[in-house]
Ligand binder design. Sequence first.
Ligand SMILES: Nc1ncnc2c1ncn2[C@@H]1O[C@H](COP(=O)(O)OP(=O)(O)O)[C@@H](O)[C@H]1O
Ligand SMILES: Cc1cn([C@H]2C[C@H](O)[C@@H](COP(=O)(O)OP(=O)(O)O)O2)c(=O)[nH]c1=O
Length: 239
Amino acid sequence: RALPTSAGALRQRLRQCAERIPEAEAVLDLLEKCPEHQKKGSFPVIVFEGLDATGKTTVTQAVKDNLNGILLRSPPACISQWRTVFDDERTPIKRAFYAAGNYILASEIAKASTQAPVIIDRYWHSTAAYAIATETSGEVQDLPPAQDEVYQWPEDLLKPDLVLLLTVDPEERVRRLQHRGLEKTKEEAELEANSLFRQRVEESYRRMVNPACQEVDASPSKEEVLKTVLQLIKKHCAF
Ligand SMILES: Nc1ncnc2c1ncn2[C@@H]1O[C@H](COP(=O)(O)OP(=O)(O)O)[C@@H](O)[C@H]1O
Ligand SMILES: Cc1cn([C@H]2C[C@H](O)[C@@H](COP(=O)(O)OP(=O)(O)O)O2)c(=O)[nH]c1=O
């Protein structure tokens, strides 16, 4: 399968292409500096997931301000300058890059969560959901069955306390995309053209377990969505 699900597996994959792609060597160097099996601090770690333009950037910023938290994202800033290089590579290499981003992010989360609540814009669930949806075609029924191991969180990756999946109906999502008018990544352009792909990504998010995503209807106003999200955080994360 294209998605490596342990630090060892993704390092091996990056090593195989490091001679040809210098950026892979650079990612490996960063991974080398991250101790394995990172532990969380005492502050809560809250992840926001969802398709592009569902409101992750908006809500994560607002939650960060509200909780005086630290905002992080996947892929982390220290490797995001190489993203375009890997987006143009073959699928297994691209997936190894995104997976590596999560392990590097984990060490940032470990550190940040000793100081303040940590709010994250995409983490492992995005990496897995886009990988799973890309590897299949057609209807949601053609995805690996619900209990499949692809939906499991990697054993050696730091777990968040709460994962909120933002969803909006397709029409509202398109309105928000157009409103924003940003340049689309290749994958997002494909997504735009292919509503089945979008459905597979969202269904994959819903099938993820250990931790599972909790779905939040993100169609109401920004203020309403923030209110709902803050209530969920209060309910699930004691701090
Ligand atoms: N609840 C909301 N209602 C209406 N528009 C919203 C809402 N949340 C976000 N938006 C707008 O939708 C667009 C996409 O939101 P953004 O936060 O960038 O999504 P993402 O980070 O998930 O791609 C932005 O133009 C943003 O201002
Ligand atoms: C983090 C991540 C993103 N992606 C894809 C999902 C999106 O289509 C695309 C852009 O994600 P992102 O950087 O979150 O862009 P935006 O802020 O505009 O939402 O990258 C993956 O395929 N794997 C991953 O691990």
